[in-house]
Design a binder for this molecule. Structure first.
Ligand code: WTA
Length: 647
């Protein structure tokens, strides 16, 4: 079995970074981090005012600040400064739901639209520091709205278009958004989602929202509330295209993005301006070996961090042409990506393993029908990529002449932390390989002891700040400290397990906390359990991950019925699934529900999840020590039931 894939010969020597240069730059970034980042900050960002100090931090109190005293405007960096040389270059290339439904916004167009929308926001009373919720279809106007916020110092909170009314409401309330930017409908593959209707439901209990701007995606009738709701096209037609970009502090908040953790409700991950923009711009350039004339296509949704950092901020800071894709990989068939790549001559393509597995299932015939000759770099993100999917991507899509960059990072990290660099890093399928500049990964054991050397396994921490790191949990700094800096004091804890092999390569093994990466979407088991209980038919539920051919991880729910199991069956299952869809989103729907007489609990009432994880993984025997359980016999019953549940 081939374990290492050398740099494809056509890329050797032609990329920004070679193996030797990576080593040299990495060493510099670790030995002299301040000098390194200062140099990069000059190269990537246009500042209005210089910094008085590069970095101040205290990992015990979770205080992190970069480029203190400096000022910039993030929007100016992503738009205005390109007007001199790239005014007519396409900034956003939009491929709509139907193949060939295309819109192109040049940097000049983007500048005009962003200035106008910034004026719209101002006219609705939005000021620097105010929060604006964005719950929209995947259209260029999402980026326009985000950049307009950045231009006037407002803080955007983008909410994924697949979330339910309750999820939208909770997110809006948590950060007290003043304005909501939405769309009338989302079209995704064969489906239509009545977005405005869901937004209206959310707003019934979110009185903080004073104005709603609605982008008209389809011609369907849409109800508008007079005095509150405005059509995007109406307000834009009346808005001035003059809007000066004011300078803001480097640590001025840029956005909040909600993400799931092990406990409680999703938390508002907060990123700030200077460091985040520098980090996304730098990693976009080097990880994808981005060139001036490249067509760059990240197929993520802008509702997730990948869309923020690698559809909008990183690429636009670098003056790139960024492709925005509204549809799904299987519409009208599983060759859609390859069609988009050929038609737009895409050079860099970035997607998730779950999407690769979904289209790979259809066989190699589909990609074989396309040229794909424009491709040079292929990226993967969101979950570990299994060897088969990696090889399929490398061979069938990349034709063994593209670099695969398996990029490991998180909403919290702002940008990619561990990844190969094209032309520099020999590949091992399934490994995110080596840390990027300035990143100091370390593995720790359960007692917090750092595990040195190679050929070891532990929990992944990062022991030194980088500019793209999140700064706080919105409105709850204590939660920030507790979640990331308390388990292993002095280090940022990622929540991932990891091995470091004999060559020092990192292999992420998945979450070690109660977070599930389902089809690349991040969900907390606690929030799914509470949604299940809200169905009314379940007294108690425990959710764990299970292997899933396409999604990577599927959702396995063990449920104790309220009436002791008499009702059971299909009706209860439906009620549970409906409740999850309503409270969270269809993406959180359990793949498998098993009704059980009780959950395996210790005498102190704690659910022994490791037993449930074993059962969900098809292991019905090796449960280890279960003598501390209040009622060990329940384990046998659950195992017996699990064998009987149809897969
Ligand atoms: C997982 C997505 C293995 C990991 C950018 C992490 C990965 C979580 C990879 C963050 C990868 C992301 N290999 N696992 N290349 N990339 N993950 O916040 O468990 O949605 O902690 O950010 O996804 O998910 P999030």
């Amino acid at each position: 079995m081939q374990t290492t894939f050398e740099v494809p010969s056509n890329l050797r020597g032609s990329t920004y970074i070679s193996t030797e240069l990576y080593q040299r730059m990495y060493r510099h970034s670790i030995e002299e981090p301040l000098a390194f980042w200062e140099q990069q900050a000059h190269e990537f960002i246009s500042w209005r005012k210089p910094w008085r100090s590069v970095l101040e931090f205290d990992y015990h109190k979770a205080k992190i600040a970069w480029f203190l005293g400096a000022e910039l405007n993030v929007c100016e960096n992503c738009v205005d400064r390109h007007l001199v040389t790239r005014a007519n270059k396409t900034a956003i290339l939009w491929e709509g739901n139907e193949p060939g439904e295309v819109r192109k916004l040049s940097y000049a167009d983007l500048h005009r639209e962003v200035c106008k929308f910034a004026n719209v926001l101002k006219s609705r009373g939005v000021k620097a520091g105010d929060r604006v919720a964005i719950y929209m279809p995947m259209v260029p106007e999402v980026a326009v709205a985000m950049l307009a916020c950045a231009r006037i110092g407002a803080v955007h909170s983008v909410i994924f278009g697949g979330f339910s009314a309750e999820s939208v409401r909770d997110r809006i309330l948590d950060s007290q958004c003043k304005v909501l930017v939405t769309g009338n409908e989302i079209v995704r593959g064969p489906k239509t989602i009545a977005l405005k209707q869901i937004a209206d439901e959310a707003l019934q209990q979110a009185p903080c929202v004073e104005s709603v701007v609605v982008f008209q995606r389809t011609k369907s009738p849409t109800s508008m509330q007079p005095g509150r709701d405005l059509w995007w096209h109406d307000v834009m037609a009346a808005a001035s295209a003059e809007c000066p970009a004011l300078a803001f502090d480097s640590e001025h908040p840029l956005f909040i993005l909600y993400t799931s953790g092990s406990t409680g409700k999703p938390k508002g991950v907060m990123h700030t301006s200077g460091g985040y923009l520098l980090y996304t711009a730098l990693t976009h350039k080097y990880v994808f070996d981005y060139r001036e004339n490249d067509i760059y296509f990240c197929a993520a949704d802008v509702g997730w961090v990948t869309g923020h950092s690698y559809i909008v901020y990183g690429p636009l800071a670098n003056g790139a042409t960024t492709v925005m894709f509204e549809s799904i990989p299987t519409y009208p068939n599983a060759g859609r990506y390859w069609d988009v790549i050929d038609r737009h001559q895409v050079n860099i393509f970035y997607t998730a393993p779950t999407a690769i597995r979904t289209v790979a299932k259809e066989g190699p015939e589909l990609p074989a029908k396309f040229s794909l000759a424009s491709l040079r770099v292929l990226g993967s993100v969101g979950e570990p990529i299994n060897r088969d999917a990696w090889l399929w991507y490398y061979e069938q899509v990349g034709r063994s002449r593209c670099s695969i960059v398996d990029t490991w990072w998180q909403t919290e990290t702002g940008g990619i932390l561990i990844s190969p660099l094209p032309g520099a890093t020999p590949q091992k399928p399934g490994s995110a390989t080596l840390p990027l500049f300035g990143i100091r990964p370390c593995l720790v054991d359960d007692d917090g002891k750092v595990i040195e050397g190679n050929g070891v396994k532990g929990k992944l921490c990062i022991s030194f700040p980088w500019p793209g790191q999140m700064r706080t949990v919105y409105g709850d700094h204590e939660r920030f400290v507790q979640t990331y800096f308390s388990q292993f004091p002095g280090k940022y804890f990622t929540g991932d397990g990891c091995t470091r092999d004999e060559d020092g390569y990192y292999w992420i093994t998945g979450r070690v906390d109660d977070v599930l990466n389902v089809a690349g979407h991040r969900l907390g088991t606690a929030e799914i359990e509470s949604a299940i209980v809200s169905s009314g038919v379940v007294a108690e539920a425990a959710v764990v991950g299970m292997p899933h051919e396409l999604k990577g991880i599927g959702i396995y729910a063990f449920c104790v019925l309220r009436d002791g199991g008499k009702s059971g069956g299909a009706t209860a299952e439906l009620a549970i699934k409906d409740a999850v869809r309503k409270v969270i989103s269809p993406i959180a729907t359990p793949d498998r529900i098993q009704f059980v007489p009780g959950l395996p609990k210790t005498r102190s009432g704690k659910i022994m999840r490791r037993i449930l994880r074993k059962i969900a993984n098809g292991d019905f025997e090796n449960f280890g020590d279960i003598t501390t359980l209040a009622d060990p016999s329940v384990v046998d019953e659950i195992a017996k039931g699990a064998r009987a549940v149809p897969a």
